[in-house]
Design a protein around this ligand. Structure first.
Ligand SMILES: [Zn+2]
Length: 298
């Protein structure tokens, strides 16, 4: 699978200087709404994939990309029958999923998240892998309702189940299940088709991602539609393939680490070369990915 523009751009932006790269690009970003099932949509633009659920009780949004895109995101939501969201959930704290919080908070949206997401936003963060520093967020950007394990929303004749997964992509991840519609938003537990970023500087763990994916798999069947944090809309088989890749990679890297190899030595040994063609075309080549996730292998 070849390059995923929004992710690549976010990572490029992170690498070359957080604000500039995407500020220059934002005018050309188009937000596209894809129907997932019924009144549930996936919105793509720049940054993490957005989930949107419209209905008589209002719009519920999952993640909100970057601040300069909020107007376009709301316009896209309206184009498919939605509105300024009544509720927003952040699947985790990363800036490409929470950048629109302040705008939406000011517009009256009620923001929900795991406790840890609020804490990260409130205190600011530093992502070691990209040298990316984020300042503490403003009061309006902070989630006002937080939970520890699980929360249910009963809206638009649907049961929306929000489930926290410990130590996975970060230490504050959640995924979201639409029980009746059989749709899941996986957050960044799932990068569909390419090696994922796993944030070792904020409690991320490869083993935790695998465990989180296993939990999602238990909620899905062959009819499920899965919105990944990054990459195209997926089916259960795509998530299973991703899980199998991660488990193989984890086993190989853990072995090298336990033998005392540093990340640089592990790269030299080329343990993931056979996965390069299938998974190395997104954000990271196999070599780069080993460097990035090595601290999260344990
Ligand atoms: Zn993320």
């Amino acid at each position: 699978m070849r390059i995923k523009f929004p992710v690549a751009l976010w990572v490029a932006a992170s690498l070359i200087g957080p604000m500039n790269a995407w500020a220059q690009q934002e005018d050309s970003v188009k937000i596209e709404a894809t129907q997932v099932r019924g009144d549930i949509y996936m919105l793509t633009g720049q940054g993490g994939n957005i989930g949107l659920f419209n209905g008589k009780d209002g719009s519920f949004m999952i993640d909100d990309q970057f601040a300069p895109l909020t107007e376009k995101i709301i316009a896209a939501a309206k184009s498919v029958g939605g509105a300024v969201p009544q509720y927003l959930i952040n699947t985790h704290f990363h800036g490409d999923h929470t950048g629109g919080n302040e705008n939406l908070g000011k517009a009256g949206t009620l923001i929900l998240s795991h406790h840890g997401v609020r804490e990260r936003l409130q205190n600011g963060s530093f992502i070691g892998a990209f040298g990316m520093k984020s300042a503490p967020a403003s009061q309006q950007a902070l989630p006002t309702i937080t939970y520890s394990d699980e929360m249910h929303l009963h809206i638009n004749d649907e049961t929306v189940r929000i489930v926290h997964v410990p130590r996975a992509h970060t230490d504050g991840d959640s995924f979201v299940i639409f029980e009746n519609a059989n749709v899941v938003h996986a957050g960044d537990l799932f990068f569909n088709g390419f090696f994922p970023f796993i944030d070792g500087s904020h409690g991320g763990s490869v083993r935790g991602v695998i465990a989180g994916v296993d939990r999602i798999l238990r909620y899905t069947d062959k009819h499920s539609k899965i919105i990944p944090g990054h990459g195209p809309l997926a089916a259960q088989a795509d998530l299973q393939a991703y899980r199998d890749m991660l488990a193989q990679a984890y086993e190989r890297l853990l072995k090298l680490k336990n033998q005392g190899n540093t990340a640089a030595q592990a790269v030299q040994l080329q343990p993931l070369q056979y996965l390069e063609a299938g998974w190395g075309g997104g954000i990271f080549t196999a070599d780069k990915w080993i460097e990035v996730v090595y601290p999260a292998v344990f």
